[in-house]
Design a protein. Structure first.
Lengths: 191, 191
DNA sequence: ACTCTTATTAACCAATGGTCAATAAGAGGT
DNA sequence: ACCTCTTATTGACCATTGGTTAATAAGAGT
């Protein structure tokens, strides 16, 4: 059976995700309504429910992209120039940069605890921690205790979640982030 | 003018806060409705709006108590037995304990970024950070750079917000918390 | 008795997430 | 051309929500 030809203005999941994304980066989950999104897509909100089972489902489809993006960023840090220390610090910086440049997403990826959303997101967020640990281990020839890396992760997470909402983007917290990552790496290497 | 005698079943702010508190510790802010609270108080939700200008206002009245409690806990740590290092670590432990034993509240006190709530809470949360800094400084004879203490605060905050939702209470994370605080103090004293 | 203030109700509003029967319209077979 | 199957979409509908407001009840002071 050949795939049915899309009508002129037929809705696709991608179109919906794209539009939803625009709204979720601008406003909190609870402030974004399915009707708003539908309006801008030129359809009724009922149509969205044909493609996504509910609001949380649509939201997760949006956030999933960000997990992929973050994992990519982290894994690419290894191939940049510099010694292990510099590279490791860069991993931290990039993580923080991601967190502060995509605050709403970060919020949902790592912070928000909401039954409505959580089951879907749990795995992806653990996966990201794994990715982070693996990356750092590689830089230090697997010599560090995983626990020590976990401490770094947790602390870095604290930095992001503290500055989120207080600054608009990473740039505004760059200096603080640089000092903080220096502090973290120092602690790591003094171990 | 003598204060008007309360009717038999007249509503008081305290009654409302008490009932609201019961709901907010059990469910997320967005899941708690003014009508639920009113129902259990035996009044209509309109009556609550006479005492509190809106839901966020009521919520903050609930959370305010927790800021006071936390500040009290932190300030009392100084008077316990032990050397400065032990005392300092105890401050961290107590902070984490508070965070993990009152997760929903902690969430709103330090994490949630919501225009609806934020303006009210901003000051109190900064105040808590001040309290923390002052306490630690006192223990180390004002010898530390404030920035270093801030790093500890941020990291500790990261620990709490990572474990929140993953454990039920402080007890379940006690061992991890003890190792983590050791790590933090070590980093602080090696400065 | 009258007035003032305080507290509460009940009806109302606009908005929300979600459901569903009805329907439009392409695809395939006859 | 006609019928049928499937897919996509509408629009009416529902319960629930935060919030507003006119009406009202009732104690206090004069």
């Amino acid at each position: 059976m050949t795939a049915r030809k899309k009508l002129e203005n037929e809705l696709t999941k991608e179109m919906i995700i794209h539009e939803a994304h625009r709204h979720f980066i601008a406003h909190d989950y609870s402030k974004v309504s399915m009707r708003e999104i539908a309006k801008e897509l030129g359809c009724t909100h009922g149509a969205i429910y044909y493609h996504f089972k509910n609001k949380a489902d649509l939201f997760y489809a949006v956030v999933e992209h960000y997990f992929n993006e973050l994992n990519l960023i982290l894994s690419e840090c290894v191939f940049q120039e510099g010694n292990p220390t510099e590279k490791a610090r860069n991993v931290l910086i990039e993580f923080i940069k991601f967190g502060l440049d995509h605050q709403s997403q970060y919020n949902y990826m790592f912070m928000k605890q909401d039954e409505e959303i959580d089951p879907l997101r749990q795995n992806a967020s653990i996966e990201s921690l794994h990715q982070f640990t693996k990356t750092i281990q590689k830089l230090y020839n697997e010599q560090l205790p995983n626990e020590e890396i976990f401490y770094i992760f947790v602390s870095m997470h604290g930095f992001v979640s503290h500055y989120a909402g207080r600054v608009e983007n990473f740039e505004e917290a760059r200096e603080a982030a640089e000092r903080f990552t220096q502090y973290l790496i120092r602690a790591l290497e003094k171990y």
